[in-house]
Design a protein around this ligand. Structure first.
Ligand code: S3P
Length: 449
């Protein structure tokens, strides 16, 4: 018998059944990547910042708690606006407790960057999923800056690091396309005398660059031999500001795919961030024949945003160009669901990075979709999916459950698969959804009402 507090006893299984048409208007929650950065940068600014539209998911709350533990004031007002009193660049205090990162790789890697150039020691821990993820990719450049690490075997959590003050300015070429690694180095550079440079052979999401500039950092973006070269001149004094967080395209993605798949759907998703480094999924879905129309394109918080009108469409399989992968890296699980119901074959390649996300998303999605009746072949770096030509998936048999491996995006993708299935799709645990999209189930019910 397992103890009452054993994780296996806290699982919340759920069967997601076929939905009626998704209609009306809905608003997706704030962007997760931007929310983390908003809390971190306002915590380092001088003075009082406000953040509206912050994503109040577990991952972002872990960032807020860590910043508080390092001496900043981060509070939520009754009106939902967050207030942050920053300590100024270089002003972080040594945390007296372990920094508990839960499931959040972004919190961990970006905060490691901040600690790296402060003369403080911090210990990071995480859940079973985060404890399997590679931290060597940030330990390497941050060690060059002068930080010192004691990590668990394989460069994993739990780890303790001692930051370096003064830190050494470095020029670092990213060996993997990772916005988290890029951001960790740039955030370290905020408190380093001199120029800290990141060379990015393949462009990744640029929220850090946009927001650092917005806070007044000396940040320059250039180009060398086709690579993006980003330089921050430190130390930087950041000025407090009022931030508006746009809606998260990665959260919108689940509803976009649901509306494309469920006959009769005609749904408007308001305030969806369309930063070109994030929005490749929508282009791929349009190539597949999806009707996704942009309305009222505008700018929110220095980011392009629009409302998306999505109508049920007949989808065809495609070959996805590996070059667009970084601009939709979190959206492959739900793309695989769309592909499973399209007509013809979808081929994806160049997706090795998916194996080191919250779960191994290639094997997790191959297993999950196969269990729900899809035809999927897993390759070393992608999935090949033969779609059902517009027919729903059979769904999972009574008594069998999709394994979500503590991965919110596997859980939500398979919920969407269930929304267009004959018998429904049962997943082993819905609790991970709260890391990025606490209102997901409520909004899905409302859209299909
Ligand atoms: C993120 C970057 C991406 C993405 C993650 C959020 C960020 O990770 O998968 O969900 O906010 O910088 P990598 O940097 O590992 O590609």
């Amino acid at each position: 018998m397992t103890a009452p507090d054993h994780p296996a006893n806290r699982l919340r299984p759920h069967r997601f059944r076929a939905l009626g048409p998704l209609t009306g208007r809905m608003r997706v929650p704030g962007d997760k990547s931007i929310s983390h950065r908003a809390i971190m940068l306002s915590s380092l600014a001088v003075g009082h910042s406000t953040i509206s539209g912050l994503l109040e998911g577990e991952d972002v709350l872990a960032t807020a708690a860590a910043m508080r533990a390092m001496g900043t004031r981060v509070v939520r007002g009754d009106d939902g606006i967050w207030h942050v009193d920053g300590v100024g660049s270089g002003g972080l205090l040594q945390p007296e407790t372990v920094l508990e990162m839960g499931n959040s790789g972004t919190s961990t890697r970006l905060l490691m960057g901040l600690v790296a150039s402060h003369g403080i020691t911090a210990t990071f821990t995480g859940d079973a999923s985060l404890s399997k993820r590679p931290m060597g990719r940030v330990i390497e450049p941050l060690s060059l800056i002068g930080a010192d690490f004691t990590a668990s075997p394989g460069g994993r959590l739990p780890l303790t690091m001692r930051g370096a003050h003064p830190g050494v300015p470095i020029r670092y070429e990213l060996p993997v396309a990772s916005a988290q690694v890029k951001s960790a180095v740039l955030l370290a550079g905020l408190n380093i005398e001199g120029e800290t440079t990141v060379v990015e052979p393949v462009a990744t999401r640029d929220h850090s660059e946009r927001m650092l500039r917005g806070f007044g950092a000396d940040l320059f973006v250039g180009e060398e031999n086709g690579a993006r070269v980003i330089t921050i001149a430190g130390p930087c004094e950041l000025q407090a500001r009022d931030i508006v967080v746009p809606g998260d395209p990665s959260s919108a993605a689940f509803f976009v795919v649901a509306a494309l798949l469920v006959p009769g759907s005609d749904l408007i998703l308001e305030n969806v961030g369309l930063n070109p480094t994030r929005s490749a999924l929508f282009a791929v879905l349009r190539d597949m024949g999806g009707s996704i129309e942009e309305q009222d394109r505008r700018e929110v918080g220095g980011e392009p945003v629009a409302d998306l009108r999505v109508r049920h469409s007949a989808l065809c399989g495609v070959e996805v160009d590996p070059a667009v992968a970084p601009a939709m890296i979190d959206e492959f699980p739900v793309l695989f669901v769309a592909a499973a119901m399209a007509s013809g074959r979808t081929v994806t390649r160049g997706l090795e990075e998916l194996r080191v996300k919250e779960s191994d998303r290639l094997s997790a999605m191959a297993a999950a979709l196969t269990l729900a009746g899809a035809r999927v072949e897993e390759t070393a770096d992608g999935l090949v999916i033969d779609g059902r030509g517009g027919d729903p998936l059979p769904g999972t048999l009574e008594g069998t459950r999709v394994a979500t491996h503590l991965d919110h995006r596997i859980a939500m993708s398979m919920a969407i698969a269930g929304s267009r299935s004959v018998d429904g799709v049962e997943i082993d645990d819905v609790t991970p959804i709260a890391t990025s999209f606490p209102a997901f189930e409520t909004l899905l019910d409302e859209a299909a009402r």
